[in-house]
Design a protein. Structure first.
Length: 235
């Protein structure tokens, strides 16, 4: 970029250091699942997808921290793929996980679980088909922001375009069934996920003040067995 060697060294060091908190969070998210009773409902399908895509985005960022590689990869499609794996693949997948998890509490309605599963799989596959070929294109030297390219890049560009079409379906499908669920979705009840947080003890959607009276917590933070006992008593 025309900057001094000292400035380049500082940028390289700072970029490398970003990997430390990222690695801590990636392991933190993964080990949270350890010995858990995991149910692969729609929100949980988006969650590991987020971890996987965000990890790929983070690891490929290290290439730009190496000044030698950065000279080769800057302003290529490698940058485009890296950016989208972090900001779209990672963040949008996390957004979709949170949206699907909180949708019953926000609206009082459930969405079709089957369609949610299909949308999560389509989004994950479509995203990788769209952007992973761009890593290869960038490594081979294809600049970004170019509408024309040599014939040897044709196959990878067609794969990326096909993936974008699949990805569009993965984004459009949740919009359709979430809007549909507002009127026709099954009544969610206060705790469709059998969670133990206080937010799941109130009706869905919650009343204006959340609680009629101050709740008293007399159980541990992860006492999921309590939910099982409550279900048995209610039954």
């Amino acid at each position: 970029m025309g900057i001094s060697s000292y400035s380049a060294l500082v940028f390289s060091l700072m970029t490398m250091l970003v990997a430390i908190p990222f690695a801590i969070k990636a392991f933190n998210w993964s080990t949270t699942l350890y010995k858990g009773s995991i149910s692969f409902d729609t929100p949980m399908l988006y969650a590991p997808g987020f971890i996987g895509l965000f990890t790929i985005g983070g690891l490929t960022g290290i290439f730009f921290a190496s000044m030698g590689m950065d000279i080769h990869l800057t302003e290529t499609y490698f940058v485009v793929a890296h950016f989208h794996y972090v900001m779209v693949g990672g963040m949008v997948s996390a957004l979709m996980a949170g949206l699907h998890f909180w949708w019953p509490k926000m609206t009082g309605r459930m969405y079709p679980e089957g369609l949610g599963t299909i949308a999560a799989v389509i989004l994950f596959m479509g995203f990788n088909l769209t952007f992973f070929p761009q890593f290869i294109l960038g490594y081979l030297g294809m600049p970004r922001r170019y509408w024309a390219y040599p014939p040897e890049f044709q196959v990878l560009n067609v794969m990326s375009s096909a993936g974008a079409s699949i990805l569009a379906i993965g984004y459009a499908l949740p919009i359709l069934y979430l809007v549909w669920s507002l009127r026709y979705g099954k009544i969610a009840g206060p705790n469709p996920w059998r969670a133990i947080g206080l937010e799941w003890t109130v009706q869905s959607p919650p009343i204006t003040d959340n609680f009629d009276e101050t709740p008293i917590v007399d159980y541990e933070a992860y006492d999921y067995a309590r939910i099982g006992r409550s279900v048995e008593v209610a039954g």
